[in-house]
Design a protein around this ligand. Structure first.
Ligand code: THU
Length: 137
């Protein structure tokens, strides 16, 4: 838990960069790689809506495009107010992106507005999932 305090603070920092003029729901993420590096991401919205990208995928795509392939955990914070609101669970599309690159024990670290931290594993967030192994079955 305490090992993730720093990661959560990076996610809060990333949330400051959120571009969410349409929903007003601002999200920040911080992705910890197995080599110890951290990639931040925020949600980026668009006037035509569909190009909108979530904070988690921004962080993943930044890391993957820099050659990273091993991931340990991601911290996510979101909310419509000044600070985080309720726990901001990753959407289904982001869970599937995590599934592409992460082991089942990859950890998703969530912070709510009360300062509470909840840690979930990818296997809990996306059970019975489809991945590259299915393609060879
Ligand atoms: N959003 C994220 O950044 N991550 C999620 O996992 C869920 C939703 C963003 C997308 C959009 O900009 C706003 O939150 C409202 O859906």
């Amino acid at each position: 838990m305490t090992e993730y305090k720093k990661l959560v603070s990076y996610a809060l920092e990333a949330r400051e960069k959120s571009y969410a003029p349409y929903s007003g729901y601002r999200v920040g993420a911080a992705l910890l790689c197995t080599d110890g590096t951290v990639y931040r991401g925020c949600n980026i919205e668009n006037a035509t809506y569909t190009p909108t990208v979530c904070a988690e995928r921004t962080a993943f795509f930044k890391a993957v495009s820099e050659g990273k392939r091993g991931f340990r955990a991601i911290a996510v914070v979101g909310g419509s107010g000044e600070g985080p609101g309720d726990y901001s669970y990753p959407c289904g599309v982001c869970r599937q992106v995590m599934k592409e690159f992460c082991d089942p024990d990859f950890e998703i670290v969530l912070l709510n507005g009360k300062g509470e931290i909840r840690i979930l594993r990818l296997s809990e967030l996306l059970p019975y999932s489809f991945d590259k192994n299915n393609l060879s079955n």
